[in-house]
Structure formats: C-alpha cells, structure tokens
Design a protein around this ligand. Structure first.
Ligand code: FAD
Length: 478
C-alpha cells in the first residue's frame, strides 16, 4: 500500500485544502498528517502568544476532524526549521512514506526550508507543493515585461481580469478513509500562549465558515460605507483565520460571489474583494522581492533616514500612553485582543514613524508580537506603506494628523471611550484633543499630555526624509 503524508503548516483546515485533497485522491493510499511545531523559529519570527493559542486550538480541532475521517494527525515538536527537516525525514522513514504533500508558504525562511526538504527527501519520497493560500500563484500576474507589478491598481486590474477568465475552484473535504480513530491528547508545544476572546474569534473551521457566510450576506455590500469606522463592526474579522489557513481565500471568493454575483464587475461586494486582492498583492511581492523578508525597505534610499532611538517614546506608543486618544485606544485594543481595525493600523503606524520618527521595523516587530492575525506579507506591506518605504506606498510627505483622523473616523469618540476610560468625562467636542479641555478644569485629568507636538514632529520628519534622499533619488521620482 502506498503511504501519503500531508505536512500541515498554515493550512489548518479540511475543506478546500489542496494538499490534503491531492493526498486523498488515490482511494487505496494510506493518508497520514503531520504538524511540526518550531518554537525557536516562532520566537525568531516574533509570533504572538495569542496567535500561538489560536494555532494550538485549531490544531487540536483539525486533529479531531481528521480522526473522524480515519486520518491520523501526528503533532511533533522540533526546535527550528533545520530541526523540523530532520524530524520530517525520520518520520517519513519510520512510516515508509512514498509521497509528501504540502501547501506552499511564501516567506523566505519557509521557502528555503521547503527547498532543503525536497533536496533531502526528494530521492526517496515524491514531494508535491500547492499554491493553496492564494487565489492565483505568485508570479502568475505580471506586467507585459513579465515583471511583478510595483503598484497595486494595475496589479488589481490584471488580477481581476484573470479571475474573470476563470475562477480557482474549491476542493471538497476528504471523505472517511476508515474507521474513526481515537486520538490521545497531544502535549502542547513549548511556546507561550495567551487567552483568545472567543466571542470575537470563535475557534473552529465551522465557526470561520459561519462568520464568512454571515459577513457575505449583507455586511459585504455595506462594507464601503462602514469599513473605516472602528466603533462599527463593519469588517469581516476573518484575518486570524486567513493567516493560519483555517479558511481559504477561494472559500471567501466563492461565498462572496454566491451572495454578490457582480462583485468581479465592480458591483456590490467588489470593495471587499479588493481587500482580498491586497492580500494577494503583498504575497506575490514577497516572492518577487525576497529582501522584504529580510527587514529591508523596498525603496533603498529610505534606509538612510536617521531614525530616533527613544525607548521611552516607543514604550509610550506600545502601551497606548501617547496622549493622542485615537492612537492610544487603538494600541490598547491591540494589546487586549490581538486585533486592530485596519484604519487604526494605518493611523498608529503613521504616528510611530512620522510623529515619533521611530524606525518602522520596531513597529512591524511589535505588531507581530501582539497580533492574532500576524502575517509577514500583510504586516510588512502595511508598515512599508505607512512608512513610505514600500511599493505603492503613501508619499513620504503624506503625514496623518492623529487628532484629525480621530475626528473623521471616530467623530463622537465612541471607540476612544471604549478603550480609554480615563477620557469618559471629556465632552465630545474635546475628545480628540483632551489637553485643551483639561487645561481649563480645576482637577487634573489622569491621562498623559501629547508626547510630541504634531506640527513640530511633522517638520522634523519631512526634514529627516528629505536629508536621506540623494539627488538621483529625486530624479527617479520624477
Ligand atoms: P476585512 O476588511 O474584512 O478584509 C478581508 C481580508 O482581506 C482580511 O481578513 C485580510 O486577510 C485581507 N486584507 C484586508 N486589508 C488588507 C491589507 N491592507 N493588506 C493585506 N490584506 C488585507 N493583515 C493581516 O492579516 N495580518 C497582519 O499582520 C497585518 N498587519 C498590518 C499592519 C499594518 C501597519 C497595516 C496598515 C495593515 C495590516 N494588515 C494586516 C491589513 C489589515 O489591517 C487587516 O488584514 C484587516 O484589518 C483585518 O481585518 P478584517 O479581517 O476584518 O479585514
């Protein structure tokens, strides 16, 4: 009997899992699964304890779901990626594995690991990878010169055209391959885990699919009007599930088109579809420009910006103690739940880089240590966009005013009051600049004054970026 091994990584689901479906295609093959935790590697990649908990819970649910189908999922632990290759090799030898199936990961370390696996195992075991975590494979949507797009809008147009020509199909969950198995409890991996708010992010593939269905019913159509307001539940909150592959982008696309068949033609649902395309854009970029995985900016001259080294300012930002209510509310939301609204991710990233003049990489790293949806491609893309160091980034002279952003997107201060209780008593019209009101009160407000003056910070930042730009860079921008 042939033995097929599915190596699960960021694809913790049974429905529409390309590697799992391919491994199960031959009804006579014995199919086994393996997941190898790599705590030391996760530490190096700054994985958030909340994301580790989300992963752990989904791993156990996946194990149960596979066991019901008669498929064993072995959960192993190795120190890092190098050790995981040895672990995999030993497992393949002990189980006489004929073929290995896995879904690609596009980050550099992960790709190097997979190349090493193929080299190490390739002689004895057939290795097959699948482009499962994307709608279209990286490298398949390119300019007329066969290069990766550097600007989102043309990429998006070409991408949508490709989808109009033919949609990537979803594959079914495998059927039962034998009697259900009784699994023994796996020992948890050696990595800190933090509690997840299951009211916000219920565990399980079924819960993720239910969330997707509910969102696609109406909120997806109202998304353009509601998505920018953090006090409103106007986005899908599917990012933690997409990041770990509890749900696939194909499932998202097909469900969206079922409810909103004109989404690909710019009809209802198209704005949400556009967000899924942003996700693809950043993944395709990682493959085209591996330097993005090495903490390097896309625009080289931006590496010469002289950032401030100020631990006190960085800590104030991390803890939501900057004196700018919208920034602080957002950072406290992140620290308490592991998630932050997209509009606020842009606001706090802009504040760290352009008001505090702190290196965007410190923010990128901090986000990863806290986010339940931490994803290198999206996080790096978002940070480089905000810092004006990336492809299709905001121009460096575009600097958000944190008070004005608060006024526009949380006008009544509803979101701010939810996360910054110290401001409960501040009247609505002063909620975005409470220091003005506080100065006229007899009692002091238990809330910090702004740690920087926005106007002065703006001038200093423009000067720092301008100083980093060489004459030839200015020429290139024309
Ligand atoms: P929805 O608005 O419902 O969008 C649906 C899905 O599309 C999301 O779940 C996500 O997978 C994808 N998506 C939406 N917006 C973007 C975007 N701008 N870039 C890439 N994909 C997008 N997203 C992550 O998944 N992980 C991260 O680590 C991450 N870090 C970010 C850091 C910064 C500085 C910024 C500005 C954005 C970051 N994003 C990240 C993108 C975005 O903020 C989140 O995907 C979004 O807020 C998740 O909420 P949602 O699921 O309700 O999104």
């Amino acid at each position: 009997m042939t033995t097929h091994l599915v190596w699960f990584r960021n694809d913790l689901r049974v429905c529409d899992n390309l590697a799992l479906a391919a491994a199960c295609r031959d009804p006579r093959a014995k199919v086994t699964g393996i997941f190898i935790a790599t705590p030391e590697q996760w530490r190096q990649h700054n994985m958030a304890p909340r994301q580790a908990e989300f992963l752990w819970q989904h791993l156990r649910l996946l194990q149960t779901s596979l066991a019901e189908r008669g498929i064993e999922l072995c959960i192993k632990q190795a120190k890092d990626f190098a050790a995981s290759i040895e672990c995999l090799k030993a497992f393949c030898a002990s189980r006489n594995v004929d073929a290995l199936f896995y879904n690609y990961q596009y980050e550099l370390n992960e790709r190097e690991r997979d190349a090493a696996v193929e080299k190490n195992l390739g002689r004895d075991v057939i290795c097959q990878g699948f482009d499962d975590s994307v709608l279209l494979p990286p490298g398949s949507v390119t300019t007329g010169n066969h290069e990766m797009y550097k600007v989102f809008t043309p990429f998006s147009k070409a991408f949508i055209k490709r989808l109009q020509e033919g949609l990537p199909e979803c594959v079914s969950a495998p059927g039962a391959r034998g009697e259900p198995l009784v699994m023994t409890q796996a020992a948890p991996f050696d990595y800190p885990r933090d509690e997840v708010d299951t009211a916000l992010f219920p565990f399980g593939e079924r819960a993720a699919i239910a969330k997707l269905r509910e969102f696609c019913l109406t909120p997806a159509a109202d998304y353009p009007e509601r998505r920018d307001f953090p006090a409103v539940d106007g986005t899908s909150r599917l990012s933690p599930y997409l990041a770990l592959g509890v749900i696939s982008p194909r499932q998202c696309l097909h469900r969206l088109l079922k409810e909103h068949p004109r989404a690909l033609e710019g009809g209802a649902g198209s704005t949400w579809l556009n967000e899924l395309v942003w996700r693809e854009f950043y993944r395709h970029l990682l493959v085209a420009y591996p330097k993005l995985c090495r903490y390097q900016p896309f625009i080289p001259w931006t590496d010469s910006v002289r950032w401030q080294q100020d631990e006190k300012l960085l800590t104030a930002w991390q803890q939501g103690q900057t004196g700018y209510p919208i920034v602080d509310a957002a950072m406290r939301q992140l620290n308490a739940t592991g998630w932050m609204h997209n509009r606020l991710r842009m606001v706090v990233a802009s504040f760290l880089v352009k008001d505090l003049l702190i290196d965007w990489r410190a923010g990128e790293r901090y986000f990863m240590t806290r986010l339940i949806d931490g994803d290198l491609a999206a996080n790096n893309g978002g940070w480089q966009w905000a810092a004006s160091t990336g492809t299709d980034a905001a121009p460096y002279f575009r600097i958000f005013n944190p008070a004005t952003q608060g006024e526009r997107f949380d006008a009544a201060g509803e979101f701010i009051r939810r996360w910054v209780p110290e401001l409960q008593a501040v009247p609505g019209k002063h909620i975005h600049a409470p220091w003005v009101w506080a100065d006229k009160q007899p009692q002091t407000l238990d809330y910090p004054r702004p740690i920087v003056d926005h106007k002065q910070a703006r001038i200093a930042t423009l000067a720092a970026y301008e100083a980093a730009r060489k004459p030839e860079d200015k020429q290139d921008e024309k």
